[in-house]
Design a protein around this ligand. Sequence first.
Ligand SMILES: NC(=O)C1=CN([C@@H]2O[C@H](COP(=O)(O)OP(=O)(O)OC[C@H]3O[C@@H](n4cnc5c(N)ncnc54)[C@H](OP(=O)(O)O)[C@@H]3O)[C@@H](O)[C@H]2O)C=CC1
Ligand SMILES: O=C1O[C@H](COP(=O)(O)O)[C@@H](O)[C@H](O)[C@H]1O
Length: 502
Amino acid sequence: MRSGDNLRPTIITIFGGSGDLANRKLVPALYNLYLDDQLPEKFAIIGLGRTEYTDEKFRNYLRKGLDEFSRRGKAKKEDWNAFKDKIHYLISDVFDDKSYQEIGQKIKSLEEEWEETAISVFYFAISPSLIEPVAKKLGSNNLCDDKSCSRIVVEKPFGNDLESAQYLNQLLTEIFSEEQIYRIDHYLGKEAVQNMLVFRFANILFEPVWNRNFIEHVQITASETVGVEDRGGFYDKAGALKDMIQNHVLQLLCFTAMEAPVHFNADEIRNRKVDVLRAIRQYEGKEVFKNSARGQYAKGWIKGEKAKGYREEVKVDPKSYTETFAAIRFFIDNWRWQNVPFYVRSGKRMPEKMSVITIQFRSVPHQMFPNTTSEHMIPNRIIISISPSTGIRIRFQAKKMGLDMRLKPAEFKFSYSGMYENDQPEAYENLLHDIMTGDATLFMRSDEVEEAWRVVMPFVRAWSDHPPGTFPNYTAGTWGPEEVEALIAEDGFHWITAPLED
Ligand SMILES: NC(=O)C1=CN([C@@H]2O[C@H](COP(=O)(O)OP(=O)(O)OC[C@H]3O[C@@H](n4cnc5c(N)ncnc54)[C@H](OP(=O)(O)O)[C@@H]3O)[C@@H](O)[C@H]2O)C=CC1
Ligand SMILES: O=C1O[C@H](COP(=O)(O)O)[C@@H](O)[C@H](O)[C@H]1O
């Protein structure tokens, strides 16, 4: 039996169907689910937008995106021909009630054809400013009435600060129940992020040492080689703190630091993550600057190619003070993590693309080997590589081959790509599948989003009240401004730049 056979008929209506996210991520993910027999037999996509596509033109546009962005490369003709009939397009304006009536009619006619009611998923692949009007109109046009079979999906950024996130949560929960709302953070769909739960809570080896007694510090790096590409208009108002730290990086921190959930279910896991966010120390006054660093890239070179400076990017203010790099030293004030620094950093135009968590263990309490100084006593380290390579490295000490007793670090290495070739589902495949099955474990709950905003708000406020002295302050192709080295060096550590494959 196909896995998709367990799924109820489903219609995914995409506000912003003509946009980049739908083209680059959503439709390729749905197509791959189709190839993997993970879609129900009765399934349809309704794309929406003001662009004047016919069904045929819309399908052709999506086909080009699929060929370019799908992890499986170009679509095979026969597969695409079977899939494309599931795609429909409606020319519509989010402010126009008539559009919602047409959406309702389209859904009804598909259900009549299938002789079954469908789960209706409304995907908000639109700019954050359009969320409010779309939510209100879905409500006033009774399109989301049936709470058991309609869902909405809201993309990040969820709000622009704590206040706006609270406002948005309030608004959405007046129209929809919390169970209907799927707030996406695509990092949670990554295989390696989900594997962290398994690594930590399905193995007895690691959990006993996963605390302040054995772990010296934790580092989280989410670096990219790309600049802002064509998203200057959005990014210049956001910056690295709101674009990456508030969501993806804090999620990685939560998965690293959370207590063991009792059950594997959405609320249980989200409760444990909220506990971590609530325990993160809030800095005040000068502490904010003492525990953080920010930067903006100047022109430089990345992998042999010239890169523009941030201020020269399209739709970026030529005098912009928006940070393209952010680093913070967090402390989690609870029993497990007291005084263990968590250093996080994220930036664009760095030398390597990688999302990596490094768990640095303490040294052994006593060293007994002859001819061995503290220099040779390399402490254990676990590197969890989230992307682009996915896997885990564990460093330990081994005896160096030879007649005398000398030590040499060695590694255990686990790589998903080595195991599963190119069969790893993309983050959006996992997430879209979960939305269809109604599993909210990998989505953000309202209080979680708000707590994550609460964590970054001292930095948001202090950074905007005190513009940086000199921006740009790092060259494209480097690991950020000088201050970021000081942030960790003053504690006696250094940044570890070690992805899975090196
Ligand atoms: N692109 C990406 O990789 C990612 C995007 N996101 C988020 O997803 C959301 C969408 O991003 P993206 O796809 O890049 O944005 P785009 O600018 O590419 O697309 C915007 C979409 O909104 C539609 N739209 C705008 N105004 C209206 C209107 N009045 N009525 C109907 N449709 C309208 C446009 O359709 P038309 O022009 O046809 O009217 C278009 O389909 C944003 O919140 C973004 O932050 C999140 C993660 C990654
Ligand atoms: O959400 C975002 O994430 C991407 C990075 O995602 P990744 O999966 O490639 O690591 C980032 O480029 C973008 O600015 C941000 O909005």
